[in-house]
Design a binder for this molecule. Sequence first.
Ligand SMILES: *Cc1c(COP(=O)(O)O)cnc(C)c1O
Length: 393
Amino acid sequence: MTSSARPFLNRRLAEFGTTVFAEMSALAVKTGAINLGQGFPDTDGPEEIREAAVRALRDGRGNQYPPGPGVPELRTAVAAHQQRHYGLSYDPDTEVLVTAGATEAIAASLLALLEPGDEVIALEPYYDSYAACIAMAGGTRVPVTLHPHEGAFRLDLDELRDAVTDRTRLLLLNTPHNPTGTVLTRAELAAVAELALERDLLVVTDEVYEHLVFDTAEHVPLASFPGMRERTVTISSAGKTYSFTGWKVGWITAPPALVTAVRSAKQYLTYVASGPFQYAVAEALALPDSYLSGFRADMETRRNLLVSGLAEAGFDVYRPAGTYFVTTDIRPLGESDGFAFCRDLPERAGVVAIPNAVFYDHREAGAPFVRFAFCKRTSVLEEAVRRLKTLGG
Ligand SMILES: *Cc1c(COP(=O)(O)O)cnc(C)c1O
């Protein structure tokens, strides 16, 4: 076969051509629409942390390859963070690994821990990199769908239990959950933990929104349940918590054998990344709790603004208990196809959103749902709401 007859993109990745974010962001630029598609803040994080990065750069800290596991200052700060917030002890030298954002942590974990053919259970709708990384690792993804129930997307524990087979190696969990805003409760997590123990499963848990929980919701790391620390890779990142998504500083905490395994994959991906930013993030992790409570309150205000605005514009709204995102149902607007709706929305109303169907294997289950990001300035959200209110008329 000639190279022209054979597609360049291999079979493992064929279904992951380009992300919907690229298409929608291009539409935003072309139409001048407000982009509530991709989840990045439109204001930077704390000034003193930005200055800490400048200082590190000027002082020549991190301008050359930092140590493979991450700079000691950051590993120590990550361990202290897990202790301070969750009472979890991790040894900074053997149980913490710094990565190029949570994205690399996810990729390295799956590449390290899966054999070809291993099944991975992930909550559907899933964060877009999960499916691609499972595929790159030669694994088989087994989605367990979160169902809308009384205003929130909930995990059906029986469905989760039924999804486990003899080939299941790993649960890939995400709480607080993007895109639905669901935060798994202590009782749900206890049941997940029990299942993981009973079926001897590894767990990789993506907790990048650990500090973005609203109202009375509470984030509980799965690793804090009895017997789970030994089998859990916990992933987080500075991007979402400190509003520096471009710095790409993430980390895992896990027992030594799991960290060693993940590091084996990670060293051949980026090897290391974000040298000076690692020092700045070490300082960010040591900020007082008042930073986190202020940040959370601020994001909660923005959530409230967008949630009530979308409801007034005629959407059914799933009020998120966490994350940057709100999921809506477009059927009250007389629409049923989220893809078509999102392709038209920039022209119709000057706003960009993401069709949740892209986060589903069962596309029809996600068809009427559309995701909006509220990690934007209040004035931007107000203008977006004003525009969206023209939809009904
Ligand atoms: C943003 C996001 C990530 C990626 O985090 P980075 O640190 O930017 O790589 C991973 N998982 C979820 C659920 C996210 O929303």
